[in-house]
Design a protein around this ligand. Structure first.
Ligand code: S3P
Length: 175
């Protein structure tokens, strides 16, 4: 049974890499944010607006406990998922967890390119964003680095590099 979970900050490429890895391994792919949105019939941003971050984290935790029971899947978590409650220990007990690590500068670049609807980043200028990312990584890294595996994805900025990342990931996971 294979259950692989990808964690990392927003903009680290969890969804892109997760989808590609799942395709390569011919396994179903679950993105936790998308799962939450389909179960709740609401966008993540709407949940944040209606219930605040605490409300979202509670839902996220509950949905994580559903998704991380599925067998033979690749899961990409939300950037904050490992950093609340006992989610990181739970993830480690359920899956082969990989931390996709990137520098704040690379994360910023990806986030400025992406059109993702991210409530925590809304309304921030690039200058504010880089400070916010650095500040968050300072405490989030302690959770992320509890992953069994870490893959540096700082160089992953085009399709060829994604392909390389997938092969590195397979090597890391021994599959
Ligand atoms: C969050 C990351 C988002 C989403 C929510 C909160 C975070 O997921 O879960 O906006 O706290 O880092 P992505 O990392 O997929 O953008």
């Amino acid at each position: 049974m294979k259950r692989i979970a990808l964690i990392g900050y927003m903009g680290s490429g969890k969804t892109t890499v997760g989808r590609a890895l799942a395709k390569e391994l011919q396994l179903p792919f679950y993105d936790l944010d998308w799962y939450i949105e389909s179960r709740m019939r609401k966008k993540v941003s709407q949940i944040f607006a209606e219930r605040g971050e605490d409300g979202f984290r509670q839902i996220e935790r509950n949905m994580l406990h559903e998704v991380a029971e599925f067998e033979d899947v690749v899961i990409s978590c939300g950037g904050g998922t490992p950093c609340f409650f006992d989610n990181m220990d739970y993830l480690n007990s359920q899956a082969q967890v990989v931390y996709l690590k990137a520098t704040p500068e690379v994360l910023l670049k990806h986030l400025l390119m992406g059109k993702g609807d991210r409530p925590l980043l809304k309304g921030k200028t690039p200058e504010e964003l880089i400070l916010f990312i650095r500040e968050q990584l300072e405490w989030r890294d302690a959770f992320y680095t509890k992953a069994r595996y870490t893959l540096d994805v700082s160089l992953m900025d085009n399709y060829e590099k994604i392909v390389i990342t997938i092969s590195q990931l397979k090597q890391l996971l021994g599959i």
